[in-house]
Design a protein around this ligand. Structure first.
Ligand code: DP6
Length: 320
C-alpha cells in the first residue's frame, strides 16, 4: 500500500436521489441527475497505519463517522484482493459539514479515488463511480465532471456518467451551518418505510430523470429548471409525509424559494432546489447568474458556482 491524496467537489442534484433499493450495496430506487460544482472541495489523504483512523477538518472524527470510513475501506480492500493494511485518513472539507451542501458526496468521492490509488486499484471512471457509491450514494456523481446521470440498477450497472447539457450556474444561498438532526441516510429509510407517497415518488423520479436527460440534450433550460424545482419540492413533500414528520426547509428557505419565483416573474432564469438541509441553491444561466446573485444577496452570503471537475488526484501532492 502507498500513500495518496485526492480531491473532489460536491454535486447538487437536479433530479434528487431519495430512497434505496439495496441499503448494503447503496443501489438507488431511481436514477438521478446532478451538477458537480467548481467549489467547496474536499481534500483527502490516506496512508498505511496500524489501525483505521479518520480525522475530519483537523480533529479526530466521531466513532460513527470513523466506523463508516473503515467499512468503506473494507470494500476497497476487498476489491484489492483482501489482506490489505489498515489506513489513516485525513479529510478537509471547504463546505460546512452536514448542512446540506453534500459534503458526504465530495468526501466519499475523494476517499474512493485516494483509497483506490493507495491500494493499487486501477479503476475505470465507471468502476470508480461504483466504488464511491458504496460510501455514499451521491458520491457516485461527484466522480464525474459537470452534469452526471447516476443509473439505478444492479451493483454492476449502477454508476454515474457525464451527459451533454447546456452551460449552467448555481447560486448557493447559505442559510444554516448547523448539522441536520436526521441524516439523509436515516431519513430516506424512514420515507421508504412510512410514506404513503413513496412508490409514486420512485415512479415519477424515474420518468423525470428521463425527461431531464432529454431536456439537457436539447439545451432546453426552462424545462431543466422546471424539472429541477419540481423534483426538490416532491422530495421535501415526501420527507414531510413520513412518520415521524421530518422537515429540513425552514421559513427562511421558503422565503428564498418565493424570492426565486419573483426573479422568474421579473424575467430571469432562476429555479430553486434544496437538499437535506435549509440551504437553497438556485439554478440559473451564465447570462443571468450575476443578476440572480444580486437579487438574492439580502438572504445570505451567496456564492456563484459553475460546473466543476470530477474527482482527481491532488495536484502537487506526492502521489507515489
Ligand atoms: C438530499 O448520498 O448522502 O442530497 O447514500 O445514504 O449516503 P447515502 O445518502 P446521500 O443522500 C443525498 C440525498 C440528497 C439528494 C441528492 O443528492 O440526490
Amino acid at each position: 500500500m502507498r500513500r495518496a491524496s485526492a480531491q473532489a467537489n460536491p454535486n447538487i442534484a437536479l433530479i434528487k436521489y431519495w430512497g434505496k433499493a439495496d441499503e448494503d450495496l447503496i443501489l438507488p430506487a431511481a436514477p438521478s441527475v446532478s451538477l458537480t460544482l467548481d467549489q467547496y472541495p474536499t481534500t483527502t489523504h490516506i496512508e498505511p497505519a496500524a489501525k483505521d483512523s479518520f480525522e475530519l477538518n483537523g480533529r479526530p472524527a466521531s466513532e460513527k463517522e470513523t466506523a463508516r470510513v473503515s467499512a468503506f475501506l473494507d470494500v476497497v480492500r476487498e476489491w484489492a484482493g483482501g489482506h490489505q493494511p489498515h489506513a489513516a485518513v485525513r479529510s478537509v472539507n471547504e463546505a460546512p459539514t452536514g448542512a446540506g451542501l453534500a459534503s458526504s458526496a465530495s468526501g466519499f468521492a475523494a476517499l474512493a479515488l485516494a483509497a483506490a490509488h493507495a491500494y493499487g486499484l486501477d479503476l475505470s471512471p465507471r468502476d470508480l463511480s461504483r466504488l464511491a457509491r458504496r460510501g455514499s450514494g451521491s458520491a457516485a456523481r461527484s466522480i464525474v465532471s459537470g452534469v452526471a446521470l447516476w443509473h439505478a440498477g444492479t451493483d454492476a450497472d449502477s454508476f454515474a456518467e457525464p451527459i451533454p447539457a447546456p452551460e449552467m450556474r448555481m447560486v448557493v444561498v447559505p442559510l444554516s451551518k448547523t448539522r441536520k438532526k436526521v441524516s439523509s441516510r436515516e431519513a430516506m429509510r424512514i420515507s421508504r418505510e412510512t410514506s404513503p407517497y413513496y412508490e409514486a415518488w420512485v415512479r415519477t423520479t424515474r420518468a423525470m430523470s428521463e425527461e431531464m436527460v432529454e431536456a439537457c440534450a436539447a439545451g432546453d433550460f426552462a424545462r431543466i429548471g422546471a424539472l429541477t424545482e419540481s423534483s426538490a419540492w416532491r422530495m421535501h413533500g415526501l420527507i414531510a409525509s413520513s412518520a415521524p414528520v421530518i422537515r429540513y426547509l425552514t421559513p427562511a428557505s421558503v422565503e428564498v424559494f418565493d424570492a426565486v419565483s419573483q426573479l422568474r416573474e421579473d424575467g430571469l432564469a432562476a429555479y430553486g432546489t434544496a437538499d437535506a438541509g435549509a440551504n437553497v441553491v438556485v439554478l440559473t444561466t451564465p447570462d443571468d447568474a450575476a443578476a440572480v446573485a444580486t437579487g438574492l444577496s439580502e438572504y445570505g452570503d451567496v456564492t456563484v458556482c459553475g460546473p466543476g471537475e470530477g474527482a482527481r488526484l491532488e495536484p502537487g501532492a506526492r502521489n507515489e
